[in-house]
Design a binder for this molecule. Structure first.
Ligand SMILES: Cc1cc2nc3c(=O)[nH]c(=O)nc-3n(C[C@H](O)[C@H](O)[C@H](O)COP(=O)(O)OP(=O)(O)OC[C@H]3O[C@@H](n4cnc5c(N)ncnc54)[C@H](O)[C@@H]3O)c2cc1C
Ligand code: FES
Length: 367
């Protein structure tokens, strides 16, 4: 009887192991798409190994697409036209695609799997995006939850970017986080500085990459970044200019102001910075220096939750009512907004009500 039970257990274990083995073989066989070809813009053909997402397959070939959410299908930054071989649109892509984009074969490259020969269209500017290895040169605590990090490129590498653009930083596994993550951060230093750059990073509670930066990154550590990405850039004009930012949204505005300081400008400029309390203000001395340097620049911090103990005598409440004081010539006013989606939506609505043309409002949404 006991022998019989052992025999049955043996058989069942054997069948289990056999099935598992079959599944592994099937998985390998099904996902082995071999070598396939990606035709880019009808001009350039690359041979790649099939089976992975279009986003990561291109990155393997040193072609980097914007991917602000790190491939989670939630930012829409990695959109490109797949003109051939992309298969049907997946349910994970639909929330990010409009009806007209779907009709024009726009896809999320982080969701499309490269299984066969495929044809895509991407902007030529993507070919300027590169991977940079860097070491951490300096970490400054700007506030209790915002740090400024300077990255020095290795092997004498240099970068060309426009003020307002962003990089994608790759975090490393730590504690219970087993995977690396990729997140977007605006460059806060001036483009004239080529061998290094600064990012300003706010700690997001439970956030994978920002926690790694705040709790684990040290001076001297080696890190990997790609970039530059994005089209949040200054127009070439002398229009009256409004900068509006909150929190780490200060980053690209700082880069733009440092750039203008180097090249000179005739713009009338006002920078409204929204914060909760005085504890959330930073770079105050740098802003005071800009006010001295530029003929027509004013820095206007606006606090939403200042307490009486802070003795704050500056602007309070919402930023929008203060626009009335500075928008003198709406059609000749440009606005550059940077921060949370909620702030950008509210400020954009208000600027349009003041008569600023929609095409003069540019923004970078950190959402
Ligand atoms: C173009 C652009 C430029 C940007 N520039 C800057 C900048 O200059 N400075 C800056 O600080 N930020 C910037 N950001 C934001 C930045 O890219 C990150 O989104 C931010 O740092 C949060 O990343 P994280 O990995 O720390 O958090 P994530 O891990 O992405 O988490 C974000 C939030 O989601 C929650 N979350 C995570 N996983 C789950 C889950 N499974 N279920 C439920 N909730 C979850 C977390 O608790 C957290 O609150 C920019 C974003 C964009 C798109
Ligand atoms: S990388 Fe964010 S949607 Fe694809």
């Amino acid at each position: 009887m006991i022998e019989r039970i052992f025999l049955d257990i043996g058989w069942m274990s054997g069948i289990g192991v056999g099935l598992a083995l079959l599944m592994v073989i099937a998985e390998r066989w099904l996902s082995n798409y071999g070598e396939v070809q990606i035709d880019i813009n009808g001009k350039r053909k690359i041979k790649v190994k099939g089976g992975n997402s279009l986003l990561s397959t291109l990155a393997e070939s040193q072609i980097f697409m914007p991917s602000a959410c790190g491939g989670r299908g939630t930012c829409g930054a990695c959109k490109c036209k797949v003109v051939e071989g992309g298969g049907p649109i997946l349910p994970t892509e639909k929330p990010m695609l409009s009806a007209s984009e779907m009709a024009e074969n726009v896809r999320l490259s982080c969701q499309v799997k490269v299984k066969n020969d495929i044809g895509i269209m991407i902007p030529e500017t993507f070919f300027n995006i590169r991977r940079y290895e860097a070491s951490i040169e300096e970490i400054i605590d700007y506030t209790y939850d915002i740090k400024g990090i300077t990255f020095k490129f290795k092997e004498g590498n240099e970068i060309d970017f426009k003020a307002g653009q962003y990089m994608q930083l790759e975090s490393k596994p730590y504690d219970k986080v087993k995977e690396k993550a990729v997140r977007a951060y605006s460059i806060s230093s001036k483009p004239q500085l080529k061998d290094r750059l600064q990012l300003i990073i706010r700690l997001v509670p439970e956030g994978i990459c920002s926690t790694w930066v705040h709790k684990h990154l040290k001076v001297g550590d080696s890190v990997s970044l790609t970039g530059p990405y994005g089209d949040f850039m200054l127009k070439d004009s002398d229009a009256d200019t409004l900068f509006v930012a909150g929190g780490s949204g200060m980053a690209p505005i700082k880069s733009m102001l440092e750039y203008l300081q180097e090249v000179g400008t005739k713009r009338n400029m006002t920078f409204f910075f929204g914060a909760r309390t005085t504890k959330d203000l930073y770079l105050n001395e740098e802003m005071a220096e800009f006010e001295k340097h530029f003929e027509n620049f004013s820095y206007e911090p606006v606090l939403s939750h200042a307490t009486p103990e802070e003795n704050w005598t500056g602007k309070t409440g919402f930023i929008m009512p203060y626009f009335e004081e500075v928008i003198k010539d709406p059609p000749n006013t440009e606005a550059y907004l940077c921060g949370s989606p909620g702030m950008i939506a509210a400020v954009t609505k208000s600027l349009k009500e003041y008569g600023v043309p929609a095409e003069n409002i540019r923004y970078d949404d950190f959402g």
